[in-house]
Design a protein around this ligand. Structure first.
Ligand SMILES: Cc1cc2nc3c(=O)[nH]c(=O)nc-3n(C[C@H](O)[C@H](O)[C@H](O)COP(=O)(O)OP(=O)(O)OC[C@H]3O[C@@H](n4cnc5c(N)ncnc54)[C@H](O)[C@@H]3O)c2cc1C
Length: 427
């Protein structure tokens, strides 16, 4: 695919960061025949955390990569997503995930974070991606016809394209944009336990259940073929609001969930207490590409997690970038090196607005979930009135539109996904 090989030892693309965004992008680009090197700061490739929800806008890409069956064998395809009130446990609204699958052509799944990461890691290994560890990148600069990264040990690496997939606290973002992360004052606790431990807790084994309550919410679903049960407890930290440095501690967790319904109440003691995740995002930005340095995943658009789209957006980014590179190669006369600039322009044109919308909607969603008092009751009334088969709020996220721009110049015409059937819901 690359008609003019880069000098020996130099890859076609350097990807900084071996998280889900970096690995999925490395895999997508390697499928286009590119030689990809991943620079990961950690001594080993891996993921910390518990479950991830992956919606049809992700599973359609896994299907395109030939990885969906592996994901299904490791994850769970739940029956429903049910939203309940965290105080009185009343059902507020529901998505029928089997009907949703019919509508979007691909399943809504849940999977252990390390399993999804492992799928991409193995795919990269099979594809010959060079996976390096202990590579701490501390600086970036554009060069003639490419870009260079500076490593902590003083070495440099150069390639025609550098993709910075280095996460929420991205060094590249700091250097190129210089903005700060935004604290939500909310913190997440996680737990994944053997399902036997929770069978008598009033859980719905076959559903994703989200309990929304005043200044807190609680998520439950089964993982690993139903053998494990994942729980996420999220709450607003009074200490964070008071400006204290030591916020989100386990005493705050217990206090935040007092007065919750029984199922939530019995779930809280199971949460891991040695680690918690303070919730940050960033304000959306419009420029992700600086010369031959491209921000991707959380480095470009870290959301609050309320739409469960952060990892998915990172996977979409890599897919879109690779597709536009492929188009560029097709349009490039034989014997000429494809010019990355066109593919990078298309990448930005396709992705920026969609990811901005996810980031801002996730913030609004969080506010809606965490309402208190009269506003909570009004929200509940509106959610109860929603038709189960009303997809007005999911079409723009779960449909294939995130992969194509709203208004497209000729070079950005939509790329058809092999079997993306968008059907009307069953009667
Ligand atoms: C509680 C919670 C629940 C979530 N649930 C979901 C969900 O259900 N669905 C979903 O899609 N998303 C979810 N997300 C969001 C998702 O986890 C992130 O958006 C996603 O992991 C981002 O992937 P990434 O590869 O861009 O960044 P990261 O996962 O942060 O990976 C960045 C990688 O870069 C490496 N790195 C960083 N700096 C350097 C450096 N200087 N040099 C070299 N390497 C570096 C890091 O070690 C890491 O491996 C959730 C997030 C949270 C907090």
């Amino acid at each position: 695919m690359n008609p003019e090989p880069t000098p020996a030892g130099q890859p076609d693309v350097l990807v900084v960061g071996g998280g889900i965004g970096g690995l999925s992008t490395a895999y997508a680009l390697s499928r286009q025949g590119l030689r990809v090197r991943v620079l990961e700061q950690a001594p080993e490739y891996g993921e910390v955390g518990a479950g991830l929800q992956i919606a049809p806008n992700c599973t359609r890409i896994l299907a395109d990569y030939g990885l969906l069956d592996e994901a299904k064998s490791l994850g769970v395809v739940p029956a429903n997503m049910v939203m309940r009130d965290a105080v009185d446990s009343e059902v507020l609204t529901r998505l029928d995930l089997r009907d949703l699958e019919r509508r979007y052509g691909f399943p809504y799944m849940v999977i252990h974070r390390s399993d999804l990461h492992g799928i991409f890691l193995r795919a990269c290994e099979r594809a010959g991606v060079e996976l390096l560890n202990d590579q701490v990148v501390v600086g970036y600069e554009n060069t003639e016809g490419g870009a260079r990264v500076l490593l902590k040990d003083g070495r440099t690496e150069t390639a025609p394209l550098v993709v910075a997939a280095d996460g929420l606290h991205s060094v590249a973002r700091q250097q190129l944009i210089g903005d700060d992360v935004v604290s939500s004052s909310y913190v997440a606790y996680r737990a994944a336990v053997p399902i036997e431990e929770v069978k008598d807790n009033g859980i719905a084994e076959h559903d994703v259940t989200v309990y929304v309550g005043p200044h807190r919410h609680f998520v439950q679903y089964a993982l690993r073929g139903g053998e494990m049960f994942n729980q996420v407890a999220v709450f607003e930290s009074p200490k964070a609001l008071a400006g204290e440095a030591d916020w989100g501690t386990p005493d705050e967790l217990d206090a935040a969930f007092e007065g919750s319904c029984e199922t939530v109440g019995v779930g809280i003691p199971l949460m891991w207490r040695d680690r918690w995740w303070r919730m940050f995002d960033r304000d959306p930005i419009e420029t992700w590409v600086h010369g031959r340095i491209a921000l991707l995943g959380d480095a470009a658009h870290p959301p609050l997690q309320y739409m469960a789209q952060g990892a998915i957006m990172a996977i979409e980014d890599g897919w879109v970038l690779a597709q536009h590179y492929a188009r560029l190669v097709e349009a490039t006369p034989a014997g000429t090196e494809p010019d990355w600039d066109g593919a990078l322009a298309a990448y930005e044109a396709v992705r920026v607005e969609h990811c901005r919308r996810v980031q801002t909607t996730a913030r609004a969603w969080g506010e809606l979930w965490h309402l208190d008092g009269e506003a909570r009751l009004r929200r509940n009334a509106i959610l109860r009135a929603r038709d189960t088969h009303d997809y007005a709020f999911t079409d723009w996220v779960y449909g294939p539109t995130a992969l194509t721009p709203d208004e497209e110049p000729a070079m950005f015409t939509p790329i058809p996904l092999s079997s993306a059937a968008v059907e009307q819901p069953a009667a």
